[in-house]
Design a protein around this ligand. Sequence first.
Ligand code: MN
Length: 308
Amino acid sequence: MAASPSTIAAPELYSHPARRASLGEGLWVSRLLPSRQQRMVGAWCFADHFGPSPVPPGKKAMDVAPHPHTGLQTVTWLLDGELLHNDSLGSRSIIRPGELNLMTAGHGISHAEETPPEHSNNLHGLQLWLALPDNQRNCEPSFQHHRELPQLDEDGSRLQVFIGSLGELYSPAQVFSPVVAAEISLQAGAGTRLPLNADWEYALIIVEGELQVTGTQQSLGTEALHYLAPGAQQLDLVSDTAARAILIGGAPFTEAIVMWWNFVGRSAEDITQARADWQAGTRFGTVTAYRGERLPAPELSGRPRASR
Ligand code: MN
């Protein structure tokens, strides 16, 4: 239940530890979503935090060969370094910090993500997925790169909204459900107040330093998903040290999804079909710009089940 304006309570907070996951080639990431405790946050169904990692000259920090997606949008957001995206539509994009790569898989697309030949010797960022609602999940695939995103600088805090809107800041990125994603940067000793929608759920992913939520005794750190239950109308953050965090949120997703490997569907049959189509070389196109083999689908062991 939403608090009335006169009784603004501290948000209900639950911290779920990240787990280490491998993207192959020695690249380890912190997987924040899904977890056993938290399957989704709004339409957000997947969140990986990678780095900060040094990238030696001539080396690739990331080299994920062509692989398919269906039923979701991928959101790539960097805090440091750069990544090269190539997809089966022929889109080619180098993304840098403060820019957004948004790929709408719809019915089917494939892409590769790798460190470009020219790089700044660091990689730090996130990859997030949004489940597409049922009426959009078989839409035409598309890719958007956004270089101009709204930003607000105030008293040692910086807010940059890359998905949805927060306060007066609106991202131009095309999404299909009520969601938000924003980066919050605080200088040492600074604070900020974020307006929340009391009907939405949110999560904070700390990517640098530590943050405190006013009204709680908790210090929030990296390597965890800090879940905020619906009901709060605002979030007051302060930090003693320089800190950065990503806020994701949205209206609770009411459809039960089935998620397996890189696919989001509604049934085990959706997943089995997507896997068969990738293995057969149909539906997901070809990433012609990538030099190397595409990723084979893992074996399906057991029947993929709905996650909520
Ligand atoms: Mn991908």
